[in-house]
Write a protein that binds this ligand. Sequence first.
Ligand code: SF4
Ligand code: SF4
Length: 246
Amino acid sequence: MTTTDVVTKEITFRVYRYKQGDASPHYDTFKVPCDEWTTVLVALQAIRRDNDPSLTLRHSCHHASCGTCAMIINGREELACVVTVLDLGTDVVTVEPLHNIPLISDLVVDMVPFYDVLNQADRPYVRRSEFMPEAKPPGGIDFYTRYENCIECGACVSACPIKGTSEEYYGPAALAAAWRVIEEPRGRDPKAALDWVDTPDGCWRCHVAYECTEACPSGVEPAEKIMALRRALTRQKLGRLFGRRD
Ligand code: SF4
Ligand code: SF4
């Protein structure tokens, strides 16, 4: 075999299908020839192109920067753009939409509730950048950065068993964003962020299972940030108990 030979293998894709109003979602099966470079996202695009243009999926950057192609691949939250099909080591690949986020169609979920909570955690910072009238950012480009590393893909929310049982729970991404405000306020109010998480649906609801950290493709480690919030709140409460001022 020369270095230019390409090994291709036919892989079966079981793809979750749902359209608005469907009484019974189902899986459709497609066969896709995959080589060593074929990612799950590229295979799904091939299915759309060659087999079924009605397959709905979402993607943008193709290099793990935007978070829009997060989905469940063989039972795990992943970014489809960076999962190489043959590396999965199976002849059958099952692809499903994220859990715990309302489903719109096939593999596309409605991220509005995710952003609604995230914006509460990160409020003034995000909103100021969105409504800034000048084209030139007066605060520098950092002003437009949300919190480091998070690409807002929703994988952690999908993986969280508590989010699966409680819509009210803020969820790991928003709590990690709140910790970021405390860690580096940059003009935001850390006390307001701590007050926001100090509720039964905030950081105290987490059951410390760490699935969110496991699922995060971007190294945010939301579970560790939730524990940091709890420590900060505990210190604050103990300080009040013993008369210390924060
Ligand atoms: S550690 Fe907390 S937030 Fe993360 S998955 Fe578990 S319960 Fe959810
Ligand atoms: S914390 Fe990680 S998994 Fe959760 S939305 Fe951000 S990047 Fe995605």
